[in-house]
Design a protein around this ligand. Structure first.
Ligand SMILES: O=C(O)CCC(=O)C(=O)O
Ligand SMILES: [Fe+2]
Length: 507
């Protein structure tokens, strides 16, 4: 470097004179050569730099275009021509939307099963607030309540007026007495002890043909995790596992005692009595949300699709809206809305496309959206007893004398408790991701219940999005629905969308 500069200065010094001193001739020639070489080098260097610079700029532009088109609203799935929600505290982008399940055709099934993925809203951290745009002219705040389970609260998701409409529609339709009502019928007073069944009583209840042996079919016919069955998913899993290793394929009372006691908690074993998963629920009804239904019901579903960015077909093929009324003292014990998958179980919603030899139909619910339709003066909180605990300890749920699933006794101890406020919606994922974009294991932390209503009346609505953990089964089911649609529209002059009730049993 220094040498080059020295040569340059030397050259400049002598440029003015006609004849440079002879003593300087030779060195000067070599200096010129150096200068030319140096010019060539800098030009090449400049060209290389410019090429890299342009490539870099092109890369950046390409990346920006990619991000823009992948996150753009045009990509979001909305079967009803609904504009999608924009969500974010500006920093928290949502995952990529899934392709429309409804667009599935026969030859596309393979691709579909390869690439189909379920979006999941990111929680970021507890207390994180995201702005969501669900309706024109205003935004809503969505707050992360817990990460385990992934649980959000959205105040004002529906207006008080919309809440009243849903309540009135439920009343017009007529609310059914819950099948889980206490045998003493009517109201159970809040100070009445929980029903409990001995192992022998449960065996007898399950033994439908009273032959003293439990066949698989008998066990799984009680497998529903909701609405007061005797077997919660954990019980069912333990018992079915016990049955699998039983050479006869049937359980005697003795076998049953062994597997059922294993599935119970120490506190219950001590007393020799088993607390039931009995849930006290007053009345409920189901409201269809498809085309032709009240616009408020359709709007709720539309907002759910916008918020979750789930394929609209998936949501449209899910259960109808369940509306529940709780009077004074009513409650439900902690439970999971969905079920763990097991080789013996099949999802109720895809059973048409399912393996008919599967013994148990269970609810497969990727997420729950719960709408508070009324505020409650006292009590009635939704409780998540183990939410955000560092580790999920099944044993800790039921220690001697303390049963965290018993909301009548231990509601105050729940890690997360949400007071019902008219218009607020809760959203939580009942399942973890399988790591490949599909629905994975049941999230044990999604355990929840509701505390007894102490003053006032509580109205809520549940919207569940059904997904089969076996995505090929989900694809087969949707293909079947699409085929039926085609067959139906071919037969009818006016196209009528296949209603949920055509495909699902009343859950
Ligand atoms: O009413 C609540 O707060 C919870 C209701 C619930 O968990 C259910 O209906 O499955
Ligand atoms: Fe629930």
């Amino acid at each position: 470097m220094e040498n080059d500069q020295g040569d340059l200065m030397e050259q400049e010094e002598h440029e003015g004179s006609d004849k440079p001193p002879s003593s300087l001739k030779a060195p000067l020639r070599s200096t010129r050569l150096n200068i030319q070489r140096s010019n060539v080098c800098s030009r090449a260097y400049f060209v290389v730099i410019m090429v890299f610079f342009h490539v870099y700029i092109l890369n950046v532009i390409g990346l920006l275009l990619y991000v823009h088109y992948n996150n753009g609203p045009g990509d979001l799935v909305s079967g009803d021509g609904v504009s999608s929600a924009s969500v974010g505290e500006s920093k928290s982008p949502l995952p990529h939307p899934a392709p429309a399940a409804g667009d599935l055709t026969l030859h596309e099934e393979e691709d579909y099963t390869q690439s189909f993925s379920l979006p999941r809203i990111e929680g970021i951290r507890v207390g994180h607030v995201q702005q969501v745009s669900l309706v024109p002219d205003r935004t809503h705040e969505m707050r992360t309540i817990s990460l385990k389970p992934l649980l959000f609260e959205i105040p004002g998701f529906l207006s008080e007026e919309e809440g009243r409409v849903v309540v009135q529609l439920a009343q017009l339709k007529g609310l059914m007495e819950s099948q889980t009502e206490a045998p003493s019928q009517g109201q159970v007073e809040s100070n009445q002890p929980l029903l409990s069944f001995s192992t022998e009583e449960v065996f007898s209840l399950l033994d439908l043909n009273q032959d003293g042996l439990l066949q698989k079919q008998e066990i799984v016919s009680h497998s529903r995790s909701r609405d007061g069955t005797w077997l919660n998913p954990d019980n069912l899993r333990q018992i079915l596992t016990g049955l699998e290793i039983c050479p006869t394929g049937m359980l005697t009372l003795e076998d049953f005692r062994r597997v059922y006691d294993v599935s119970q908690r120490p506190g219950q074993q001590r007393s020799g009595k088993l607390l039931s998963q009995f849930k006290q629920r007053n009345k409920h009804t189901w409201l269809y949300q498809g085309s032709g239904s009240h616009h408020v019901l359709q709007t709720l579903r539309t907002r759910l699709i916008s918020l979750t960015r789930l394929p609209s077909t998936l949501v449209e093929l899910s259960e109808p809206l369940q509306v529940i009324r709780y009077d004074h003292g009513d409650f439900s014990n902690a439970h999971h809305d969905s079920s763990p998958s097991h080789s013996e179980t099949t999802c109720a919603h895809t059973r048409l496309a399912g393996n008919t030899s599967a013994l148990a139909e269970v609810s497969c619910r990727y997420l729950t959206m719960l709408f508070y339709l009324s505020s409650v003066e006292e009590g009635g909180e939704t409780t998540f007893p183990v939410a955000d605990n560092r580790t999920y300890e099944e044993q800790a749920l039921k220690q001697v004398g303390v049963d965290l699933t018993d909301t009548r006794e231990t509601c105050g101890r729940g890690n997360v408790r949400i007071k019902p406020t008219a218009g607020t919606a809760l959203l939580w994922y009942n399942h973890l991701s399988d790591g490949r974009g599909w629905m994975g294991e049941l999230d044990e932390y999604s355990l929840h219940g509701d505390c007894p209503v102490r003053r006032g009346v509580k109205w809520i609505a549940n919207s569940w999005v059904n997904v089969d953990p076996d995505h090929q089964q989900q694809a087969r089911y949707q293909r079947l629905v699409a085929q039926r649609h085609r067959a139906k529209s071919g037969m009818e002059e006016h196209y009528q969308p296949l209603s949920h009730s055509d495909l699902h049993q009343d859950l």
